[in-house]
Structure formats: structure tokens, C-alpha cells
Ligand binder design. Sequence first.
Ligand code: MN
Length: 729
Amino acid sequence: MAKQETATIDTICNSVLSYYPEAKVDIIRKAHEFAEKNHRGQNRSSGDPYIIHPTEVAQTLAELKLDIPSVITGLLHDTVEDTSATLEQIEKDFGKDIAELVDGVTKLSKITFKTSEEKQAENFRKMILAMSKDIRVILVKLADRLNNMRTLEHLAPHKQKNIAQETLDIYAPIANRLGISWMKLELEDLCLRYLHPDAYYKLAQKVAKKKREREKHIEDVTSILEEKLKEYDIHASVAGRAKHFYSIYKKMERRSLDFDQVHDIIAFRIIVDNITECYKALGVIHATYKPVPGRFKDYIAMPKANGYQSLHTTVIGPGGERIEIQIRTQEMHQVAEAGIAAHWKYKEGKFDSRSRENVEWVHRLLEWNKDLADPNEFLETVKIDLFAEDVFVFTPTGEVKELSHGATPLDFAYAVHTDVGNRCVGAKVNGTIVPLKHHLKSGDTVEVITSPTQTPSKDWLKIAKSSRAKAKIRAFIKTQERERAKDLGKDLLEKALRPYERTLAKLDRSGDLIKAAQQLHCRTPEELYIALGYGRSLPEHALEHLIPKDELDVHKSKTAKPEEESFLKRVFASARKRSVSQNAIIVSNLEDVLIRFARCCNPVPGDNIVGFITRGRGVTVHTSTCTKGIDSDVERRVEVRWNLQEKGNIQRIVRIRVLSQDEPGLLALMSQTISACGVNIASANIRTTKDRKAIALFEVHVMDTGQLYKTMSALEAKKGVISVERVRS
Ligand code: MN
């Protein structure tokens, strides 16, 4: 459907009348006059009067057989942005529908895609939203972009590259997703011309050089095919054409081939009367020429997401060369060319707007938009969908599910139902059990294996390929993290309240809790817990709103700790994580439990220890003298002991504080002393006090208390050292 002649208001009206004979085209003429008047005096970069651009855009929309408001929007699309015309004026003259469409296109035009990734994501999201509200907006924008690409030669080279890249990234995939294949192909070829001019012109030259040879070949194959089909009483029209440059270019790129090595640059299309004839024709072709294995695709039984239907096959032709053949009916052909536009139906002189609700894609986009708050995630999600190739698999009952290329059982499970996805542990593919990360192939029959105890994890994001599955997994993880944060926050606050003899339950009943929450900009206590759990608010801060100031002050003066303590905390905060050792502890009567060492007392082999079961977090191990351990609920207490078989393999990080005179070289001396005891130092820090003392802090790896105490005594024996202490939190 390449552009033939210059569009005029007459060609537009004639096109519209050809598919909508009762159309009142006067309003289109009025819109053209309106645009012409407003753009008068403006020129395109080519020097042409500006009105040529909106006229061409409207012509394209008429060729897409769109409704009159869309065609009029094509004519008016630049008036609000570039002239003194206003939306109010357009609404007055052409109605609310058209004013809204023009507004949509104007807003879309203000979006540029060449800024930072983040901004691009947000822009893309806006565009998809505009499209999902009224898909005609994006169709007008596509027609606009097509004309801009066709006239790109008049712009400066850097602008050409920017616009072409944006077109290749965003607009060509959208045209493809909407099924408007001719537009996608034309946009891609134009992009290639400006993005890789060398490759483009070389290709153009080579294709042109063999033109006669190729035309002869097309003629020959066409007549052979026609004759064969006629032999079997199949009424068919056969056409052959060279493939588009961009698809040849991609093929060369993908397989690192030279042009001369790319043989199947010609594609043949057979159009028949009905679906039965499609398969009959396929049979004839395969009986005549040897099919290339793995190249047959049945998009009739399993249409693409954009509605495309056809049989595809590649055969070894009469001259031993590969020939690509597409077989389809006339209706399928229309859908293939016009895509979504072919679905537009007239209803009492108007397009049935409900038909666009049938475009599942737009609906899915809306759904993701609800799930994904982060624009980058949204962009990634949409990009996957735009570029994905399709895999078709079956449920055990024979239902077809369409998945993207590289899809795994997880994608399939989520395609069946969100709950099935969330509980998926694996799948049977064609009767054989496969792991979650197995790649599904078209034709596989997939049965999901679920477990009631299964839940999604972050790793699943690496396994899942489809946007739907990823969106659902992310949503689950977010909810779960929120729940965890809520529990943690509640716990933190409850503990912070203890010294003041208050409980959350009491504060909730008195109404003080909700008041405090609201003062901290949380709507509910739950929101406050979440904020505390995520660390967005601090418990001390919440206390200020829950406890009278005088009470807080009294408590603070009682518990004030020397400055050193908080310094210690800062220094060793990072060491805590590494001190977990799963094999170091044996828990009576329990196997495979998660072990955590309490931060308060930091036990080391040799210490007497006691364990407490913590809901959802396994067993926490305290020293038996630790006050926190003693305070814990007796019911949750379990017997634990050091695993002596692991003795020597266990390395625990312990903190030692050394108070000494401030003398040069002392840190080095102490480090040497520690190393001499066979102990590794994870970190060392030293600071001096006003009274010329030095406080050194060491994180050391020790096997047990024996090694620890030996090291401490060695330090204590050094000249200048005043005291050595094992630090507990
Ligand atoms: Mn424009």
C-alpha cells in the first residue's frame, strides 16, 4: 500500500466513499479548509506548504478505512500545537469526539523518546495509556509518523537518526502489534535507510542488479504454482515479491551472511477462497516440493495475538532454492494488511467502537498498568510483548495457550490462572516432569504441578519470560514484602513501647495509635507498621507521638549510653549478617531449621547456649546468660548445642574492644598480636578520646571461646593496654 500519488482533499473523500458510501464528506472538506487556513504561511522542511502533511496523514487514515472522526483528526492533528487554533474552536466546529482525539494526538506529540531511560519509560507508558483509552489516537499518530518518515530526507542527519531510532523502537513494533503489516514493513525499511545508510544502499543496489533475473524467477514459480493448484481444482491467485530490505538485512545480521548467501529473499503468497482450500493448497505444495523441516507454521488454527492468520511454509523450489510461501483466504489477507482496522465494523453508519474492545492486547496493557507502579518495569513488560515471537502450547484438555518465545512452565501456569502460577512447582511436558526453567516449544502439552505450600520468589523473575507472569510475580512479592514489613514494624513498635508500660492494643483502644499514625502521615496503624518495617519511619519518632514528652525525657536520661555505644553499633552493623552458620548448631528433635545467632549476645562455640523458636524465622540462638534470652517465652524454648563435628569449621565473627594509652604504633602492635594467635581480623578501627586514650575495635573470626580468650589475654598482656572486652551488641 505504498503511496502512489499526492493526496488531496478529493482523493481523501473518494477513499472514504469507497468503503463508506453514505459518508457525509462535507465535514471532511470543512476540516481540510480549517487546517489549510490555520497552517497558511507555514512550510515543511522540504519547502512545501504545510497543509500537504496533514492531507497525507488523513489519506493514510482513509486507506486504513478508519472512521470519519479519525480522518478529520488526521487533518487537524497539528493545528492546536502549531497554529493559533484552539481545542475549544475545534470542539465547537467539529464536536467533542474529534476535539478529544486531536487533544490526544497533541499530547502524544509532545512526548519525546530520546531522553533518559526512565523518562522514556514514563513516556511510553503515557503513550500506551493514550492508546488504550482510544486506539484511534495511536492510529493517527502512526499515520503522522509514517508521513514524517517518508519525508525525513529534508531534515538534518542527527535528527534523522533520532527519529528513525524512535520509530524502529516504538512505532514499528506498535504497527506490527496492531497487525498493520504494510506500515510496519515500510517504517522498518525507512528506518534502515537512515540508521544504516551504507547497508541500505548496498542492499538496494544488489536487489536492483538482480531485478530482471528475479522477476523472471518470480514469473516462473508463479506459473508453476498456479498450474499445479489448477490441476487439483483449487481456485487461487499467486503473487511473488522480493522481501523488504529490513527483513533481508536482519537475516544477514542474524546469521552473519553475505547478500549472495541469502537465498530466500522472495516470498510467495497464495490467496484462496476458504480455509479448506488453504490446507488443500498446502497439501499440493508439499506434495510437489520438499518442505524444509521446522518451517511450517499454522497461524490459521492458532492466530497470532494481533489476529493474523495464514499458513506459512518453506519448500525447496524447482531450481533447488528455498521458497517461502504464505497461504491464506481473502479475509485473512485483509486482516494481515490492515490489522486492527480490518476489525472495524460499521454499525448504523458508525464504527462499532466495541470491536476495539476485542483487541485483547490493549486490555492486557491496562491490566499490567494496574499491577506495575514503576514505569521502567512497565516499559520492560511492554517491550517484551511487542517483540516476542509466539509459542503455542496445549493444556491437558486441548486448550491452546499463546506464550512468548522462550516461555517456561511458569509462564504457562500464570497464563492458566494467577493462583496456579503462584503455586507452581514444576510441570509435566508431554508426560515428562520438567523443572520450572524448562523452555516450552510449540505443540507441547503442558500440565502444571502445584503445591499448596509453594510461593513465588524473586528468582522466578529470571525464569518467567512473559510480561503477564512477571507482573504477577512482582505483585505477589510486593504484597508479601508489605506483610513482612507490617509484622516487623509492629514488633519494633511494641518493643519500643515496653519501657513505658504501654501496649499497642491499649493505645489502639484509646485511639492514640490512629492519632499518632495520622500525625506521621499514615492513614491507619497498619500503614504506620509498614513504614516502620521498611525503615521509612523510626520507632523513636513514633514514640514522640504516643508517649508524653516528660515521660520520654525521664526514660532517656535513665538509659543514656556513652557516645561510644552508638559508634560501636555503626562499626559492627555490617558484620552481623556474615555471622550465621547453618551447620554450627544442632537443635533437638528438629532437622533443617533455619538458625540465626542473636545479635544481642553473639554466641561463639564454647558459650553455653539456648534456642528460641521464632515464628517464620527458625531458631534464634542466645547465650544462656543473655538477658534477652531469659526474657523470651519459655514455651518457645528449645534445646540447642554446638555441633562438635563441625569444630574447626565454624568461624564466628566476634567484636573485641581494647582500651589503651594513645601511643603511636599501637594498632599495628595489637593487630600483630591477634594474628599471632591464629585469628583473622575482619576489620579494625581506632579512635582517640580527649583524655589521650585510644579505643580500638576489632572484628575477628574465631573458632571458639578458647581461641577468643587466648587472644584477649595476649592483648591484655601488651604494654599500654588498659582493658580488653568482648563486645556484645
Ligand atoms: Mn504531524
